[in-house]
Design a binder for this molecule. Structure first.
Ligand code: FAD
Length: 296
């Protein structure tokens, strides 16, 4: 199989539309395999080159440089299937499934445990890697195991202890292990009405406190516990501050919005500006939660 002439691996593929910020350049090489065999073929090809590898979910926690990403980008967008075992509450889902969609499906089945995820625009794979969470709950609370495939073909089934979960962190970050699938334990025995009400309340709370009307990556900075990054930024009067077309949101100061024509560079410079101001006034070093990918 020639992966390039078969177009399984393509060159110079624009990535902006595959990120929630809608910014960023092209992937030098890009693949979106549709099955295990194609994924293994992409990994074999990658191993024969001496290039970097980037794994891409829904791109909702990534700021991709305007100059793009060198090496191979593998997207999990076609890894889509899921199964609920309603009696036991087990949920098995492939990496590319949107976590918010599964949260609503779980609520409709009267299953509890994923209702915090209704407003999170990422995939199952991204949520496993980021230990995504909201409303004082996170993926690590419900994960039974995640199956990963490494470029050398090694398959692992990892439990939350092995993933070393903490706040928005797992030890998969910065590795080349691709999350293929996850098993989550939800709690059966709740009513559809109760779970839909809880999920809708979470969704309403998010829409009223966070700006969903313009492209963003959600919270830009990790909260420097016990304080909230948004509060530190807001106290400095930075809401509405703009660089280019990137703006610190009025509704939530830990969000940077692409107001239409922002570049990754605008957003990056705004991130650095906020870090400098917060460091100067609060002596707190804000650490980005968003992954900066490529050259800045
Ligand atoms: C409006 C908005 C609101 C948000 N609210 C929240 C929130 O409340 N809580 C929260 O935790 N996050 C939130 N986020 C951030 C984001 O949705 C989460 O971090 C999400 O889990 C990222 O998933 P993704 O599929 O988009 O991952 P990506 O952004 O594509 O990738 C994130 C990281 O995971 C890696 N990765 C992705 N998929 C895989 C895979 N299959 N295998 C291995 N590595 C992989 C990437 O290489 C990257 O390092 C929000 C984002 C937006 C835009």
């Amino acid at each position: 199989m020639n992966l390039i002439s078969d177009r399984l691996i393509q060159s110079q593929v624009p990535l902006a539309s595959q990120t929630s910020y809608r910014v960023g350049g092209k992937a030098q090489w890009y693949a979106a395999p549709r099955n295990w065999e194609q994924l293994e073929a992409c990994f074999d090809w990658y191993q024969a080159q001496d290039i970097p590898l980037t794994l891409l979910g829904a791109g909702s926690n990534m700021l991709i440089s305007d100059s793009g990403i060198s090496g191979l980008v593998i997207s999990t967008r076609y890894f889509r299937s899921y199964e609920f075992e309603e009696e036991t509450g087990l949920l098995m889902a492939d990496a590319g499934e949107p976590i918010a969609k599964l949260a609503w499906k779980a609520a409709k089945r009267g299953l509890k445990g994923l209702e915090w995820a209704v407003g999170i625009p990422g995939t199952v794979g991204g949520a496993v890697v980021m230990n995504a969470g909201a409303h004082q709950q996170c993926l690590g609370d419900i994960l039974v195991s995640a199956t990963t495939l490494s470029p050398d073909g090694k398959i692992e089934e990892l439990n939350p202890q092995e993933l070393n979960y903490s706040y928005r962190t797992s030890n998969l970050q910065g590795t080349n292990k691709l999350v293929i699938r996850a098993v989550m334990q939800l709690q059966p025995g709740f009513t559809k009405a109760d779970m839909m009400q809880l999920s809708s309340a979470n969704w309403t709370q998010r829409k009223t406190t966070q700006p969903y009307h313009l492209p963003s990556c959600g919270s830009v900075f990790r909260n420097p516990q016990p304080r909230a990054a948004g509060w530190l930024i807001e106290q400095l009067g930075l809401k509405g501050y703009k660089i280019g077309d990137a703006e610190i949101a009025h509704r939530h100061a830990n969000f940077i919005l692409n107001c239409g024509a922002a570049t990754a560079s605008d957003i990056f410079h705004l991130i650095r500006y906020v870090q400098e101001k917060v460091e100067y006034h609060w002596s707190v070093a804000l650490e980005p939660e968003v992954k900066l990918v490529g050259e800045f």
